[in-house]
Design a protein around this ligand. Structure first.
Ligand SMILES: Cc1cc2nc3c(=O)[nH]c(=O)nc-3n(C[C@H](O)[C@H](O)[C@H](O)COP(=O)(O)O)c2cc1C
Length: 332
């Protein structure tokens, strides 16, 4: 069984960090479905964390039921990264993860995220100070490189291994690609060949079967899933079943309705009206992609002015879908 130090990653399936998505409520509902070896928090600015910004401190709170849990930090200042890692350890996270893959301009301008792949000496210094500061497992998540001409993921992987990092995760697109094109899984295989520490494969796993495919094609030790979990939150349970030679049927429409109800109840309980409405709109946008007639729901949700209205739209939508299934041509 895969372990990060003392932390079992069982099954070897990981919820990817996603800003604005993998908050407490989302991690909780994914955990309730089960079969996730590790969940990741949305990335946390080392600058905000070490300055004690209240919204950031609220973000890093988590429930015992979510564990094992990784908290991901980003930044380019070695001192702040080291202090942030100490806070992450102090709040009881199981794993501290460093983001060296974020391609967003706002982050690159601060020389953090994937910008560190342009400056491997700085990347090494950050890893070194963080590693020596904390006792919990340390992981690093990165892309293939800043662009094709500077695709240096194997080099960064070797640095991680040399500095005592516990495991690495690779999303094999370049920062320049953002989310276009396809994640080149051969790059995961090349990283796996180059390293002895565990390698986590990530990128474009869409169906539960893709987990097996990624593992057999790349030899990776675990698979990290992001966007597909929004379309199908049961993907971990379905993939875990496949890994043990069984098959878990796809979720029914009724199960999807229950999932969304539960998730949105958690959001309502923890956020104010305005932010809750914003979150629910975002999530409905993602969830509806896996639903028959999802397009209709997306159009309707945009009109909701209050959380109550949005929840009503959802109920009406599900009633109509469950009692009058959509023609296959409308599944979106
Ligand atoms: C909305 C969104 C937010 C993301 N935020 C983060 C983040 O905070 N940290 C990070 O390392 N990656 C982040 N990612 C990248 C994902 O962790 C993952 O590497 C990427 O989506 C590819 O995996 P997938 O094809 O399974 O979604 C984000 C992706 C999305 C779609």
């Amino acid at each position: 069984m895969l372990h990060y130090g003392p932390v079992p990653i069982d099954p070897p399936l990981i919820l990817a960090p996603m800003a604005g998505i993998t908050d407490r409520a989302y991690r909780r509902v994914i955990r309730e479905i089960g079969s996730v070896g590790l969940v990741s928090m949305e990335f946390i600015s080392s600058e905000s964390l070490t300055r004690g910004i209240e919204t950031t401190l609220n973000k890093i709170a988590f429930e015992h039921e979510e564990r094992p849990l990784a908290i991901q930090i980003y930044g380019s200042d070695t001192g702040r990264m080291s202090d942030a890692a100490a806070i992450v350890e102090g709040v009881g996270a199981d794993v501290c993860d460093i983001n060296m893959g974020c391609p967003a301009n706002k982050i690159l301008k601060g020389c953090a995220g994937a910008a560190l792949m342009r400056d491997l000496a700085l990347a090494r210094r950050i890893i070194r100070v963080v590693r020596s500061r904390i006792g919990i497992p340390l992981t690093v998540k990165f892309r293939a490189g800043i662009d094709e001409a500077r695709a240096n993921w194997v080099e960064l992987g070797r640095i991680c291994e040399g500095e005592g990092v516990t495991a690495v995760a690779l999303h094999p697109r370049t920062a320049k690609q953002m989310y276009t094109g396809r994640a080149d899984w051969d790059r995961i295989a090349r990283l796996k060949e180059a390293l002895r520490i565990p390698v986590v494969g990530n990128g474009d796993v869409e169906e539960p079967e893709d987990v097996l495919e990624m593992m057999s094609r790349t030899g990776c030790d675990a698979v990290m899933i992001g966007r597909a979990s929004l379309k199908n939150p049961w993907i971990f349970a379905q993939a875990a079943a496949l890994l043990s030679g069984r098959r878990r049927p796809a979720a029914t429409l009724e199960e999807r309705r229950e999932h969304i109800r539960r998730h949105f109840a958690l959001i309502t309980a923890s956020e104010d009206e305005k932010f809750a409405l914003h979150k629910m709109r975002t999530f409905t946008g993602w969830y509806s992609r896996g639903l028959p007639n999802g397009r209709l729901l997306r159009a309707r949700i945009g009109e909701a002015q209050t959380v109550m209205q949005l929840l009503d739209f959802l109920e009406v939508f599900f009633e109509s879908q469950i009692f009058q299934p959509a023609p296959a041509s409308l599944v979106a």
